[in-house]
Design a protein around this ligand. Structure first.
Ligand code: ADP
Ligand code: MG
Length: 358
């Protein structure tokens, strides 16, 4: 449905999009994930024909954006980062305006009614947009994108600035739309793509650094490669033993303590079950293993390992030890971290839900 081929966009000397290529099949919900300034909005704006590219080729449904921008726009509903709302209009006036602008020829009343039902804005249909909450404004923005029944819908950071309840509602709405549309969701928040998308494209500094199906990420996150153990015995020596086991990739001490037992976090090497070997080795030493709990990997860990794997040899050096960094050059590992940091920041920023949506 969407094909981007060696796309480049320079703003003067600044290269915002640096030779990216990807394809999106009909019906996919794809997350476009990257830190702020990665080039997401620039790519979306080129894809939707709002911005010209420096080089490269973009086709939607086989139509080149440059050859026939109107036909491409007809196929795309776009919710830009700043929704293009006219605050002095009522929702009704605005949607009629959009309907006419797009040159639609459906039964207007019925078409707009259907859209309002999907995005749940019937209650505010006759209200002036200026007086609506941010959550409702965002829905009106989505309604605007749906006018004309475009097969492709593109959302640029659709939940920024919303409260937790509104975020969940908008994500549910996007997932519903994904059932019969091709959807691109651009965001800098990992949980958002994980909650909504089939596939995740990670962009950083204008380049695609990973392309992975969400189910693979989830499956890996459910895996049991990571454990928390309680082991009796001298902490430093136990830690030494753990770190020297051939099937253990990573071990660290935890603050947990229970008599002469200390807590440890242990990560097995991929594809290895380290439990039996560990039990025997500890028994030989006379250090009883009194607890072993599979933790699974956190979403963040999986994300980092996927970005690491997808990356060039530069990042391989960072793989063995989480703390190792080849000096100078930014690795894919650092990129993953910066997305995770942004995600954590975002979680902190989210305003507490006050209870009144409007
Ligand atoms: P994202 O949406 O991922 O946050 P953008 O596509 O908005 O990233 O920006 C990518 C890069 O291009 C950033 O470095 C940004 O400062 C730069 N940029 C974006 N728009 C313009 C513009 N109109 N003129 C100059 N530089 C721009
Ligand atoms: Mg942006």
């Amino acid at each position: 449905m969407i094909k981007i081929d060696h796309l480049v966009k320079n703003y003067g000397a600044n290269c915002a999009v640096d030779d990216i290529s990807f394809e999106i099949a009909r019906g996919e919900i794809v997350g476009f994930l990257g830190p702020n300034g990665a080039g997401k909005s620039t790519t979306m704006n080129i894809l939707t024909g709002y911005l010209s590219s420096t080089a490269g080729r973009v086709t939607v449904d086989g139509i080149n954006v440059l050859d026939d921008p109107l036909e491409v726009k007809r196929r795309i509903g776009y919710l830009p980062e700043q929704p293009p709302l006219y605050l002095d209009m009522t929702v009704e006036e605005y949607l009629i305006f959009v309907y006419n602008l797009k040159g639609c020829t459906f039964n207007r009343t019925k078409h707009l009614e259907e859209i309002c039902e999907v995005v749940k804005i019937q209650d505010v249909y006759h209200r002036v947009i200026r007086n609506l909450s941010k959550g409702y404004r965002q829905r009106v923005g989505i309604a605007q994108a749906l006018v004309g029944n475009p097969p492709v819908i593109i959302f640029d950071e659709p939940t920024v600035g919303l409260d937790p309840k509104q975020i969940i509602e908008i994500r549910n709405l996007i997932r519903t739309l994904g059932k019969d549309h091709t959807v691109i969701l651009s965001t800098h928040i990992l949980q958002e793509v994980q909650a909504v998308c089939d596939r995740i494209l990670i962009i950083n500094k204008g380049r695609i650094v990973a392309d992975e199906r969400t189910e693979n990420i989830n499956r890996a996150a459910e895996g049991t490669r990571r454990y928390e153990a309680m082991i009796c015995g001298p902490q430093r020596e136990v830690l030494n033993l753990l770190r020297n086991r051939p099937d253990i990739a990573f071990a660290e001490a935890l603050p947990a303590r229970d008599g002469d037992a200390y807590g440890y976090r242990i990560e097995a090497k991929p594809g290895m079950d380290m439990r039996k070997g560990l039990f025997r080795a500890l028994a030989e030493k006379g250090w009883p293993l009194i607890g072993l709990e599979a933790m699974g990997m956190s979403l963040e860990d999986v994300f980092i390992s996927i970005v690491d794997q997808a990356s060039a040899p530069a990042a391989k050096a960072a793989k063995g030890d989480r703390r190792a960094r080849p000096s100078g050059k930014q690795t894919e590992h650092d990129i993953a971290r910066s997305i995770l940091d942004a995600t954590a920041e975002e979680q902190k920023k989210i305003a507490p839900y006050t209870g009144d949506e409007d």
